[in-house]
Design a protein around this ligand. Structure first.
Ligand code: NDP
Length: 422
C-alpha cells in the first residue's frame, strides 16, 4: 500500500506519522493508538510493525484448590462469563475437596521430515541405529539446555509414506516451551542427514502435537451437592454424564464442549504470556487422537459421587518468549503464587475442568443463557456508550424487560432516557 513501504524499518513515532500522512486515521484515532500503547518500548521489541498495545481485561479466577493448596488464577479474556464460570466451577470442586492433578512426563517433540526416500524401512532402521550420535549432535547445538539438566532424550523414526520418513526427537526443554531451542537442535540434525547421509530434508520443526506433556485433573463431587431448583443432585449428575457421553459421540457437540474447556485454559494461558496458539493446536489435535474429534473431559457417576476427569497436552513454559519481556507477566506469576511450568500446567488443566463443569451444570439445569445474559448485559450497556454508573442503571433496566427485548436497541433507548432525565 502506498506510504507503507519499509514500514517495518520505521520506529513507532514514524509509523504513526505514516498513518497520519496517508490519512488512514484521524488525529483522534492516532491519539487513541498512543493512549493504548502503555509501554511502547516493550511492544516494539516484541513484534514487527508495532503501532499500539491492544487491551483485554484481566481478572482473577477464584476458589482453585489444587492438590490441597488454594491458588489465585489470573485470566485474560473478553468473554463476559468466562471468569465467573471458572470461579463457580472451582467453588463446587473446592467444597468437595478440590482438584487432584497428575503428569507423567514434560517433554516436547520435534521432526526432521525426509522426502524422496528409497527403501524407507531399511533407512529407518539405519537412522535408529545411529540414534545416540544424532542425539549428541542435537545436544551440541544447544548445550545450555543440557547444562540445565535437559536436552534431547530419544530419537524415533516413523514411516509416513513409501517416500516420506519423520525422524522424531523427544526433548526435555526444562522450564521453557522450547520451540526455538528445539528448532535449533533439529536443524543441526537435519544438516547432518543432508550433508553426510545425502538425504533429502523437506523441513525441520517442532511438533505442536505434544503427546509427551499430558496433564490430568480429576475431581470427585458428592452428587447431593449438585441439587438445584428442587431437582435432586443425582438427577443433575446423571444429566452431566449424559452430556459428557454426547461429546464423545458427536463432533458437533464435542467442538462446543471443548471450546468451553478452552475458554478457561486460553484465558489463563494468555495471562501467563505463553503461546496460546500452540496450546490450542495441541489440545484440538489430541481431541482427535483416535481419528474422530471427541470431548476432552469425561464425567461419570461412581457410587454417590460425580467424578470428572480432563487430560490435555499443555506445552507451556515459565521462561522464554514474551514471559521475561512483559512486566505484567511477572505480576501474574506472583499472583499465581507458585512459579514453574509444572505448577502452571496443573492450574491450566484444573481451570479447564472447572470451566467444563460450570458449563455442563448450567446447560443441564437453567440453560446457558440465564447466567450469560446477565453478564452480557454489561457488555450491551457499554456497547451503546454507557459509562460509569450508567452501566449498572442500564443493566438493571434491561433486566426488567422480557428476554426477547433485552437487546441493543432497548439498551440504547434506556441510556437515552437516563441521560435525558439527568
Ligand atoms: P526462547 O527462545 O525464549 O528460549 C527459552 C530461553 O529461556 C532460552 O534462552 C533459555 O536459555 C532460557 N532459560 C532460562 N532458564 C531456563 C530454564 N530453567 N529452562 C529452560 N530455558 C531456560 O523460547 P522457547 O525456545 O521456549 O520458544 C518459545 C517461543 O517460540 C514462543 O514465543 C513461541 O511463540 C515461539 N515459537 C513457536 C512455534 C510453534 O509453536 N510452532 C514455532 C516457532 C516459535 P538458554 O538458551 O541459555 O538455555
Amino acid at each position: 500500500m502506498q506510504g507503507f513501504e519499509k514500514f517495518y524499518r520505521k520506529n513507532w513515532a514514524e509509523r504513526l506519522e505514516v498513518l497520519r500522512k496517508t490519512q488512514t486515521l484521524s488525529e483522534k484515532q492516532i491519539e487513541q493508538l498512543k493512549t493504548n500503547a502503555v509501554t511502547p518500548e516493550v511492544g516494539e521489541t516484541q513484534i514487527e510493525n508495532f503501532i499500539t498495545q491492544y487491551q483485554l481485561p484481566e481478572g482473577l479466577g477464584l476458589n482453585f484448590v489444587i492438590d490441597g493448596k488454594e491458588y489465585l488464577l489470573p485470566m485474560v479474556t473478553e468473554e463476559p462469563s468466562v471468569i465467573a464460570g471458572a470461579s463457580h466451577g472451582a467453588a463446587i470442586v473446592k467444597k468437595a475437596g478440590g482438584f487432584t492433578t497428575a503428569s507423567r512426563q514434560r517433554a516436547m517433540r520435534g521432526q526432521v521430515i525426509l522426502e524422496n526416500v528409497q527403501e524407507p524401512t531399511k533407512l529407518a532402521a539405519q537412522i535408529a541405529q545411529q540414534a545416540d550420535s544424532l542425539l549428541q549432535i542435537a545436544a551440541k547445538a544447544h548445550p545450555s539446555i543440557v547444562k540445565r539438566g535437559g536436552g534431547p532424550l530419544e530419537l524415533a523414526v516413523r514411516k509416513l509414506a513409501e517416500d516420506l520418513l519423520s525422524v522424531d526427537l523427544i526433548i526435555d526443554t526444562k522450564e521453557a516451551m522450547g520451540a526455538n531451542m528445539i528448532n535449533t537442535m533439529l536443524e543441526a540434525v537435519a544438516e547432518k542427514l543432508r550433508s553426510e547421509w545425502h538425504l533429502d530434508v523437506l523441513m525441520a520443526i517442532l511438533s505442536n502435537y505434544t503427546t509427551e506433556c499430558l496433564v490430568s485433573a480429576t475431581c470427585r463431587i458428592p452428587v447431593a451437592q449438585l441439587a438445584k431448583n428442587g431437582i435432586q443432585g443425582e438427577q443433575i449428575a446423571q444429566k452431566i454424564t449424559q452430556a459428557s457421553r454426547v461429546a464423545q459421540l458427536d463432533p458437533y457437540r464435542a467442538a462446543t464442549h471443548n471450546k468451553g474447556i478452552m475458554n478457561g485454559v486460553d484465558a489463563a494461558v494468555l495471562a501467563s504470556g505463553n503461546d496460546w496458539r500452540a496450546i490450542e493446536a495441541a489440545v484440538h489435535a489430541y481431541a482427535a487422537r483416535d481419528g474422530q474429534y471427541r470431548g476432552l473431559s469425561s464425567w461419570q457417576v461412581a457410587g454417590q459421587d460425580l467424578v470428572g476427569e480432563l487430560t490435555i497436552p499443555l506445552p507451556v513454559g515459565s521462561v522464554g518468549g514474551s514471559i521475561g519481556v512483559v512486566p505484567l507477566l511477572a505480576v501474574n506469576s506472583a499472583l499465581r503464587q507458585e512459579r514453574g511450568a509444572s505448577a502452571l500446567q496443573k492450574m491450566l488443566v484444573s481451570v479447564g475442568l472447572a470451566q467444563n463443569l460450570a458449563a455442563l451444570y448450567a446447560l443441564v439445569t437453567d440453560g446457558i443463557q440465564k447466567g450469560h445474559m446477565s453478564l452480557q448485559m454489561k457488555s450491551l450497556a457499554a456497547g451503546v456508550g454507557a459509562a460509569g454508573p450508567e452501566v449498572d442503571q442500564v443493566v438493571s433496566a434491561l433486566k426488567q424487560l422480557p428476554r426477547n427485548q433485552q437487546n441493543e436497541s432497548s439498551a440504547r433507548k434506556i441510556l437515552a432516557e437516563i441521560r435525558s432525565a439527568n
